[in-house]
Design a binder for this molecule. Structure first.
Ligand code: SAH
Ligand code: SF4
Length: 383
């Protein structure tokens, strides 16, 4: 049963303060409340022992803190990867993935857009921002489902909190279902709660937003004052091909995307990552790597190659290892820093956005049982 009350985490800190003021309560309680929820992970107001009984009762009458119920959860890679499908009611569901990495070097850090020299052990949660996606990318399981609705900030945060209750989450990547910058306000509010000292207090550099490339929203994000990472999904060296892969890319050109990326780098002083999903004989020719290098020359960026993860019905193929390598080598020969992302153990549907499809296809089974599958799905960087 989902509570009919609004979720407290759909409010910003300012809004919680305003609500307290309206009730004649001191504003400073807002930060205490936020810490209870985002740091102590309480799921009811009862446990907030530094608040008066009256205030706790008032909060409980007005807001909910309920977590999203689990539909199914699958572990893989000896528990180092976990995918969860959370229930949004009305038949909708949202997917999140947790990936644990051992203490690692620079390359693995780049996977998250985190460009520190050395990164200690970390736990990354891949979050969704929409149910479905309106962008319709031909190679993406989510894009093929169409768009259902935007997630609220509380629903984005619920995905992180689900995992944070059991293990400290150090990184969040917005690479699950949906286009985060098409749900701008909720995405930014969720990020604010993640990085705020009164919220989850995560390192800003541990948070990465991946976008299909909404240029105005990239500009806006650059002005928010965050130090978070940005990944721009390019997928093609020329606009014609890009429009075929991303039918809704419309009038946005690669030049405009590169320009917006430069702007972000200038404002934030951070590199960006260009994501490039490699599709066999579609966008993986060495000649295309040369043209890609040409387009992004001089930008403080690196390219993350993602060999296509076959999704039902798309009619596209994953390139061979050799072709992936050849594409990477060509980029490197042109002076572009390029890494390859490989999903291990595709048997449990590795790509973000695929778990929901699987479960929906499997006759809509909606059991909350642990469904541990062999093999696994974790992202690693080859070189
Ligand atoms: N909407 C955003 C973030 C979610 S998708 C975006 O498009 O950037 C996260 C990444 O996964 C994107 O780079 C996307 O291109 C990639 N992706 C989606 N489906 C894929 C698939 N089947 N194989 C490989 N990469 C895929
Ligand atoms: Fe949406 Fe990203 Fe999938 Fe494209 S790749 S359909 S933008 S989620």
């Amino acid at each position: 049963m989902t509570s009919p009350l609004p979720h407290l985490l759909d409010l910003s800190l300012d809004q919680i303060e305003a609500q307290l003021a309206e009730w004649g309560e001191p504003r400073f309680h807002a930060k205490q409340i936020a810490r209870w929820v985002l740091r102590q992970h309480v799921t009811n107001f009862e446990g907030m022992t530094n608040l008066s009984a009256r205030l706790r009762a008032r909060l409980a009458e007005s807001f909910t803190l309920d977590p999203l119920p689990v539909i199914t959860e699958r572990g893989a890679d000896d528990g180092s990867t976990t995918k969860v499908l959370l229930d949004l009611a009305n038949g909708d569901a949202v997917e999140a993935v947790r990936m644990d990495y051992a203490s690692d070097g620079r390359d693995a850090a780049m996977e998250d857009g985190d460009d520190d020299e050395h990164v200690p052990e970390r736990t990354t949660v891949c979050v969704s921002t929409q149910v479905g996606c309106a962008m319709g990318c031909t190679f993406c399981a989510t894009g093929q489902q169409g768009f259902t609705r935007n997630l609220r900030p509380s629903e984005i945060l619920a995905q992180v909190l689900h995992f944070a209750r059991r293990r400290r989450v150090t990184n969040v990547v917005f690479m699950g279902m949906g286009e985060p910058l098409a749900n701008y306000a909720a995405t930014v509010q969720a990020i604010r709660w993640m990085v705020s000292a009164d919220g989850m207090n995560m390192r800003q550099r541990g948070v990465t937003v991946s976008t299909v490339g909404l240029v105005r929203a990239i500009d806006r994000l650059g002005d928010e004052g965050f130090q978070i990472g940005l990944t721009v999904s390019l997928h093609a060296p020329d606009d014609d091909l890009r429009r075929r892969l991303i039918p809704t890319a419309g009038g946005i050109t690669i030049d405009e995307l590169v320009e917006a990326s430069r702007g972000y780098i200038a404002k934030r002083g951070r590199r960006v990552t260009f994501a490039y999903a490699l599709l066999d004989r579609v966008n993986d020719e060495p000649e295309q790597a040369r043209r890609l290098a040409e387009r992004i020359r001089g930008v403080q960026a690196h390219v993350n190659l993602i060999p296509y993860n076959p999704t039902a019905g798309a009619g596209l193929r994953r390139p061979s290892r050799e072709r992936v390598r050849a594409f990477q080598r060509e980029l490197q020969a042109q002076g572009v820093n390029a890494t390859v992302r490989v999903e291990r153990g595709q048997e449990i549907a590795a790509a973000c956005g695929q778990l929901r499809t699987d479960v929906m296809l499997a006759s809509g089974e909606r059991s909350a049982q642990e469904d541990a599958a062999p093999g696994g799905a974790a992202f690693t960087v080859l070189s």
